[in-house]
Design a protein around this ligand. Sequence first.
Ligand SMILES: NC(=O)c1ccc[n+]([C@@H]2O[C@H](COP(=O)([O-])OP(=O)(O)OC[C@H]3O[C@@H](n4cnc5c(N)ncnc54)[C@H](OP(=O)(O)O)[C@@H]3O)[C@@H](O)[C@H]2O)c1
Length: 272
Amino acid sequence: MDFVEAGGAKIPAIGLGTWELRGRTCARVVEQALKFGYRHIDTAQIYENEREVGEGLRASGVKRDDVFVTTKVWTTHFAPNDLERSTKESLARLRMTEVDLLLLHWPNPQVPLAETLGALAHAKQMGLARHIGVSNFTVALLTEAVAACPEPLVCDQVEYHPYLDQTKVREACAKSRMALVAYSPIAKGAVKKDQTLSRIGRAHGKSPAQICLRWLVQQNVSAIPRTSRIERLSENIDIFDFELSDGEMAEIFRLGTASGRLTNFAFGAKWD
Ligand SMILES: NC(=O)c1ccc[n+]([C@@H]2O[C@H](COP(=O)([O-])OP(=O)(O)OC[C@H]3O[C@@H](n4cnc5c(N)ncnc54)[C@H](OP(=O)(O)O)[C@@H]3O)[C@@H](O)[C@H]2O)c1
């Protein structure tokens, strides 16, 4: 497993996304993922599966300290008292004393950013999170957040896959020495039919999803693909035994456009 390092955090390059994984399926997939060698799990308050993520982790037999666990504070909990209370509730559901990474899930213009960042930093200072960061922040918001936050922000978790050009956010993260964590990294499954990725995959004996994930980690990006299928868990992590050439990387970069986004921005805010 490779790692993406930023602000003292060592983030495993591949993690398991858990959005829409619920109940026993979620606990089972998390348990199996850890047995297959995953060491990074991504959840969020709004996914309503923190309890099952914790259960899966304990059932796997893998030590808590060997797993990088991220959760995200939902936007209705951005007032300072709410952030602290809801983070403690997340930890109670996970049955953990701290998470490795605590993120603001989306920007929320209804609460002053500096107040929320102060509370996020305080959560870290209280030992509720080892590291803190943001998600779905544009370059402008990221710049504002980095300047206002009393503690280092280690990542911006954003949508990123071959169909979406994220050059600006990548450069902004690099400038602030932050990691980029890619969500919807296989474009919600769409990459499996991609002709370019299939052709490159044939040359390496890999699937289009594996080529896509390899392309991300070769950029020093951490990717968190989700699957509910046990057989795909091993496929999505089996990407560390080959390398894409500069030409192959460039070819995949050419698939990206500014309008390739699959996610709508919440709260009527704008991406740029
Ligand atoms: N911060 C945010 O606002 C935010 C937003 C969205 C997502 N996320 C995080 O990022 C994670 C991943 O994003 P995502 O769930 O939107 O999409 P994704 O990981 O790009 O795609 C998931 C879809 O791809 C399919 N799939 C998985 N592995 C595959 C493979 N090897 N070949 C073909 N299809 C495959 C899955 O179906 P099967 O289950 O049938 O395998 C599922 O339908 C989420 O689960 C969540 O943790 C964060």
